[in-house]
Every structure is written in C-alpha cells, then in structure tokens.
Design a protein around this ligand. Structure first.
Ligand code: GDP
Ligand code: MG
Length: 311
C-alpha cells in the first residue's frame, strides 16, 4: 500500500534534533525488517484528541482540531514519505453521537478503509476523564465488530492530556494506573477477549498535545516523568507491530462481517427437530391421553359407529 503520492515528510524537521534522530532510527529499524510503509489508524470518541495527536506525530497541521464536537463524518488519510519510508496516518470521526454509535460515520469510515492494511490502531481517550461508561463500550464494540478481535493485538491505548494534575491530591502514577485499568477492562469486555488474550497486554501510552507541554533541555515535549512522548509513542508502535501479530487487511469480507441472514441458519433444522420431538409430540401425546380419559359425547360415539344409530 505504499503511496506514490505521499509528500515528503517536512514536518519531521519541526522536531528538535534529538527527536528527529530517534524517529529516523526507528524508521531505519522498520526498513531493516523489510517494512517500507507504516499505516496508523486513529480511533476513539469525539473530542478526545485524535486529530491533535495526528498533527503532533506528523509535526504538521493536517487534521482539523476542534474544541467542539463538529468533526464531520469523513476520515482523512495523510501520507508522508521520508528516506524511502511512507508513513500513513488515518484520522477518523468520533463514532458517538447523541449517546449512540453514529452508524453513518461508521459506514463511511469502513468504506474509506476498504483495501487498506492497518499496521496499528491508536485507540485514543483522555487521561483526565474519570468515567468509563457504555459509550466507551459501544465504540470498542463497533471497532471489534468491524475489524475483528485481532485488531486489539495491534493496538495501543493512547491517553491525551498527559500533563494533568490529578484531582484531590492523588498521586499521578496511581491516577494513571487506575484510569488505564478502567479503560483496559472495558476493552477486554467490549472485545469479548478470552483469558489468553487478556494476558497479552495492550500498551498504554501518554500524549500531551497542548502547546503548553513542558519541554526538556533539547526542546523535546515531555510528560511529567520527563519522557519525551513523541519518540516514546513511535517506539511503542514499533514494539506492537513486532509482536508477531498480523496487520489487518480491510477487505470486503471484513467489512460485510458475518452475514446476519446466515447467522444461525444451520441451527434451524435442529430447532425444528427439537420442536417436533419435544413440543409437538408431547402435545399430541397429551391430547391423546386426554381423549382417552374423556367420556365421549354420544354424538361422537355415534359418528364413530359405536352408538346406537337410531338414537
Ligand atoms: P478529536 O475530536 O478526538 O479529533 O479531538 P481534537 O484533536 O479535535 O481535540 C479536541 C480538543 O481537545 C481541542 O480543543 C484540542 O486542542 C484539545 N486537546 C487535544 N489533545 C489535547 C491534549 O493532549 N492536551 C490538552 N490540554 N488539550 C488537548
Ligand atoms: Mg478530530
């Protein structure tokens, strides 16, 4: 899927020299592993910082950032090339509207992704929210139903607003662990993961898109613990794509999903047989027994030739 139309990744030059050399090193490693393209899909609810994260990674303003939820319905792919390597980042609309999955946005996103290969999914949410609720589960379910459970083996949980000061004097690390655990639990539930799958952990990576993000001496944007987050995020992405799982090819079959008309068709004869033997037969037997017990009215006996016809 290397895109011949990819523009040169000039945004990388916006980063401090240290970040640039770390990114070049990572791209070099991927090339050594015979990868010449990396396609990152960014999904999550609206307003969580998906578009901002896309812009931060690229060092360019390619995606529209909005403080209000007017993201539109269209996904957007931005391709950039650097030293023979193509980086594709796909920004998607928030999938929730009025408390439910926006089916139209989901449909448009699916069609947009057709025939693309997803190397990694960034499932974005905010660090500074406290609740995990049915909306989260709905988005996670929609992602699972669209791409299959396997997508979660190729995913990272990205938490924006990483520079937060936890409320009520809570310790930052404790807060981070609690928030991550709550979301990961919902991912496990929403993706209906089995035990062995649960053990393969989804990495959680912090991001701070704010222009007021602290920097270190080299000018790199850092998290409260001093980690420069852009190279860290890219590093974690390379770890995930080297974990032995397969990239997700979005083909028609995947998009159509299991045909709801065929689902369970195999069981129909079984259900009919069950009904016949256990329901119909039983009722018939009961009727027969009832009939046998019942004293027949004379007219019926007459019809059966048992009564005196003259009567
Ligand atoms: P999207 O709807 O998920 O694409 O979210 P946007 O990227 O449009 O961001 C929604 C709002 O949150 C915008 O006002 C952003 O400036 C802000 N925002 C996004 N990420 C961060 C972050 O890491 N820190 C802070 N402080 N604000 C952020
Ligand atoms: Mg957006």
């Amino acid at each position: 899927m290397s895109s011949p139309l990819a523009r040169e990744w000039v945004g990388i030059q916006q980063f401090p020299a240290t970040t640039q050399s770390k990114l070049h090193e990572l791209l070099g490693k991927l090339k050594e592993e015979n990868m010449s393209t990396l396609t990152i899909l960014v999904m999550g609810k609206g307003g969580v910082g998906k578009s901002s994260t896309v812009n931060s990674i690229l060092g360019e303003r390619v995606a529209t950032v909005s403080a209000f939820q007017s993201e539109g319905l269209r996904p957007m792919m931005c391709s950039r090339s650097r030293a023979g390597f193509t980086l594709n980042i796909i920004d998607t609309p928030g999938l929730i509207e009025g408390g439910y999955i926006n089916e139209q946005a989901l449909e448009i996103t699916k069609r947009f992704l057709l025939n693309k290969t997803i190397d990694v999914l960034l499932y974005v949410d905010r660090l500074d929210t406290f609740r995990v609720d049915s909306l989260d589960r709905q988005v996670i379910k929609a992602i699972t139903n669209t791409f299959g459970k396997g997508i979660w083996r190729r995913s990272l949980l990205v938490l924006t607003h990483g520079q937060l000061s936890p409320p009520d004097g809570l310790n930052y690390d404790d807060f981070f662990v609690k928030r991550s655990e709550a979301l990961l639990k919902y991912i496990h539930l929403g993706a209906r993961m089995k035990k062995e799958f649960e053990e393969s952990t989804i990495p959680v990576v912090l991001v701070e898109n704010s222009g007021r993000c602290k920097t270190n001496d080299s000018g790199e944007k850092i998290l409260p613990d001093g980690t420069p987050w852009i190279p860290n995020l890219m590093k974690q992405i390379t770890v995930v794509i080297s974990n032995g799982s397969k990239p997700i090819l979005v083909d028609q079959k995947l998009i159509d999903g299991p045909n709801p008309n065929n689902r369970g068709k195999l069981f129909i004869p079984l259900i009919l047989a069950f009904q016949y033997f256990f329901v119909v037969k039983r009722i018939q037997r009961a009727i027969k027994e009832d009939d046998a017990k019942e004293s027949k009215p004379l007219w019926e006996l007459r019809d059966m030739g048992l009564a005196d016809r003259k009567f």
